[in-house]
Design a protein around this ligand. Structure first.
Ligand code: ATP
Ligand code: MG
Ligand code: MG
Ligand code: MG
Length: 482
């Protein structure tokens, strides 16, 4: 089943159950506290927190998301894209736990002929929060799931709140068992790598009024909310990879054509195995993922730069370019790959085609700029590694990493990747400190030019939901990971 068809079925399923279909918001987050839209709920935050009345009782969307925090996972796990699409259904004080479970179950296991996704119910597992007997009971009664396949997890994994006094509640996640060849029995509780039991859908039950919120796991429940909300997120690409019978999300119809074109240009075979085969495959997946993310980000108006969103875009594009170089390609590669990504995505995003002249010129210029410094920067890097080794300290200084960044345009991920290949480390703290100084200077300049305020409350709210940021997550928020 094509990805566009899964998206269509999802929206149709919820539209026919009284949900208003809401178009995806931009990847540039509508919430001022986030650089990018990291989840389907982001555009609905004012309604979910009760700050504004919802214009509809039920909504559904397929939201474009970017989570650069997952960048290190790309190509290595089967399930993380830096860009992905989150299918969601939302209830604002309308149906609650039972409704959410029923709607989800009907879609997941409904027959393909009836508009469902046709998953084998025997392979579905769910998790619920420790004391959420209501959810466990509903899964058992509505879906007929045996109790062994309803597992209980703690606050770290199965609880949501805003980080502020206000709404919060347990969540319940749906997993698909890919089979014993991917790991031992025991369900999502034991499969912490998520290889065998693939998380496809998270259902959040906003149920309680919380107070004394000190951390993700430390808060007090005051009572039930007068209006309870539902917020769900299903990974479109994850469902696609299962339904397309491929091994991972880089092999689905919306991503694989780029991967295969990259392999063709590099003269390598994806999945060939043998020595170096795994590294080659990971690189090809990284290229396919990053090219798509670049395309979608530029499509939403982001342009490469040294700060904020622009820097994230720059990192993605440059990492893709260098990965191609490592695969042995010396020519510019985006002119060959970007149109392939556009063609794979345009069924759902026709604007990529109409706007392609602009999008491609931004991307190609970025590749050219990087190619101009890639060789000299690599030479500087090699010298630095030689010197470090000679000095008996197999570590590059923060200054060296900063200089590669500042003068040669090497994003830190690229430097770290190169260092790892050479078996040397990088003083990341030192680099981070220098970056922070540069950022502080830029901010001070910007403040002097313009006065404006950031909604600190909104920031803390999402921070608590998604956990603290680290420097790589400067653009996005750490999301619950297990
Ligand atoms: P994981 O534990 O696999 O990293 P998550 O718990 O961080 O996923 P949620 O924050 O619960 O993910 O997001 C809701 C859904 O969005 C997930 O169940 C998954 O299907 C999908 N999803 C999350 N992150 C990604 C990603 N990087 N690439 C593709 N799909 C994703
Ligand atoms: Mg989750
Ligand atoms: Mg998870
Ligand atoms: Mg995650």
């Amino acid at each position: 089943m094509q990805t566009a068809e899964i998206r269509r079925r999802f929206l149709e399923h919820f539209a026919s159950r009284g949900h208003t279909v809401v178009p995806s918001a931009s990847l540039v987050s509508p919430d001022p506290s986030l650089l990018f839209t990291v989840a389907g709920m982001v555009p609905f935050i004012p309604y979910l927190t009760g700050r504004e009345p919802a214009p509809y009782p039920r909504a559904t969307s397929v939201q474009k998301c970017v989570r650069t925090l997952d960048i290190e996972e790309v190509g290595k796990t089967t399930r993380h894209g830096t860009f992905f699409q989150m299918n969601g259904n939302f209830s604002f004080g309308d149906y609650f736990k039972e409704g959410a479970i029923q709607h989800a179950w009907e879609l997941v296991t409904g027959s393909v002929d009836d508009g469902g996704l046709g998953f084998d119910p025997e392979k579905i597992w769910v998790t619920v929060y420790l004391d959420d007997d209501e959810a466990a009971e509903a899964w058992h009664r509505i879906a007929g799931l045996p109790v062994e396949r309803i597992q209980r997890l703690g606050k770290k994994d199965n609880y949501w709140h805003t980080g502020q006094p206000g709404p919060g509640g347990p969540c319940s996640e749906i997993y698909y068992d890919r089979g014993p060849q991917f790991g031992p029995d025991g369900g999502p509780l034991v499969d912490t790598a998520g290889d065998r039991f693939l998380e496809i859908w998270n259902l959040v039950f906003m149920q309680y009024e919380l107070t004394d919120v000190r951390s993700k796991e430390d808060f007090r429940i005051v009572g039930e909310l007068p209006k309870k909300n539902i917020d769900t997120g299903m990974g479109l690409e994850r469902v696609a990879y299962l339904l397309q019978g491929v091994d991972n999300l880089y092999e689905i119809d919306e991503v694989a054509p780029v991967l295969h074109r990259a392999a063709e240009i590099a003269g390598v075979r994806y999945g060939a195995g043998g020595p170096g085969g795994h590294e080659t495959d990971v690189r090809l997946r990284v290229v396919a993922d990053h090219v798509r993310s670049g395309l979608m980000l530029i499509g939403d108006g982001v342009t490469p730069g040294n700060e904020g969103r622009g820097y994230i875009l720059r990192r993605l594009l440059r990492r893709a370019v260098r990965s191609m170089k490592l695969l042995g390609v010396d020519e510019a590669t985006l002119p060959a790959l970007l149109p392939v990504s556009r063609d794979a995505m345009k069924a759902s995003y026709p604007e990529l085609e109409t706007d392609f002249a602009r999008i491609s010129s931004v991307a190609y210029a970025e590749e050219e700029a990087f190619r101009r410094t890639l060789t000299s920067g690599t030479a500087l890097f090699d010298t630095a590694v030689r010197e470090a080794r000679a000095a008996g300290t197999p570590s590059l200084s923060g200054e060296q990493a900063f200089s590669l960044h500042d003068t040669y345009g090497f994003p830190i991920d690229v430097t770290l990747e190169m260092a790892a290949e050479q078996g040397v480390t990088v003083d990341e703290d030192g680099f981070r400190a220098l970056m922070q100084q540069q950022r502080d200077r830029a901010r001070a300049d910007a403040r002097a030019k313009k006065t404006g305020s950031v909604d600190a409350l909104a920031y803390r709210r999402l921070l608590a939901d998604h956990g603290p940021t680290d420097w790589r997550a400067y653009d996005t928020l750490r999301t619950d990971s297990r």
